[in-house]
Design a protein around this ligand. Structure first.
Ligand code: SAM
Length: 221
């Protein structure tokens, strides 16, 4: 996925109108930003995918949910470039933008209560114990999500990596989150209806791997 060396990717991203470059200045102002971008007024829910890869999932979500605004976060320019190429085929899809950043900086980009929903799809597993805190479902990140989510918001996490999934369930429960939905075989579960597949989900379920999913809601500490 990393496609690390796509020549010119940083330059192409720099001129894209669908990438937000001054993301830290938007903290607390994302709703105004989307109103201006879409020529709308009012307040729509804001959904964020962290580690969106090539953006297949989030673009389908944006198509299906025109009343929601979406932000896709991706660390690598070369991967983000693929999402931009796909988005260029549908420039009318205005309710989605992209940010190239490391999720480590997420608190500098979103104000408390500013996000309505977070998606974590096939997040990097960081299998070594000494790297556990880098997992996007570790305590450190769950604490951040709790602050950034508004009252009714939650997190959906999907992966085919069973070790990462069990770590994440345990991490969420210990961190005081409520497990609203859980399945270790999503596609054979009642939750399959309406599920939007991600790029990795298509690839790994095609190889016969079972997909794990949990939806969690934060407690208010
Ligand atoms: N979500 C996509 C899917 O399900 O098809 C992509 C999954 S891919 C395994 C994980 C993606 O998350 C990669 O594109 C990676 O660059 C990105 N990523 C990993 N850690 C990240 C971080 N700390 N901040 C932003 N993006 C990250």
């Amino acid at each position: 996925m990393r496609l690390r060396n796509v020549p010119g990717s940083r330059e192409l991203i720099a001129i894209s109108p669908d990438v937000v470059h001054d993301e830290k200045s938007k903290k607390g102002h994302w709703k105004e930003f989307f109103n201006e971008r879409e020529g709308k007024t009012g307040s729509r829910p804001l959904h964020v995918e962290i580690g969106m890869g090539k953006g297949t999932f989030l673009m389908e979500m944006a198509r299906r949910n025109p009343e929601v605004d979406f932000i896709g976060i991706e660390k690598y320019s070369s991967v983000l470039l693929r999402a931009l190429e796909k988005h260029a085929e549908e420039p009318e899809l205005k309710n989605i933008v992209f940010v190239r950043m490391d999720a480590e900086e997420i608190e500098e980009v979103f104000a408390p209560g500013e996000i309505d929903y977070i998606y974590l799809n096939f997040s990097d597993p960081w299998p070594k114990d000494r790297h556990a805190k880098r997992r996007l479902t570790s305590d450190r990140f769950l604490d951040r999500y709790r602050v950034m989510l508004n009252g009714g918001g939650g997190v959906t996490f999907k992966t085919d990596n069973r070790d990462l999934f069990e770590f994440s369930v345990e991490s969420a429960v210990k961190n005081g989150w409520m497990v609203q939905e859980i399945s270790r075989d999503l596609h054979a579960s009642p939750y399959a209806e309406g599920n939007v597949m991600t790029e990795y989900e298509k690839k790994f379920s095609g190889l016969g791997n079972k997909i794990c999913m949990m939806k969690i809601l934060p407690s208010r500490i």
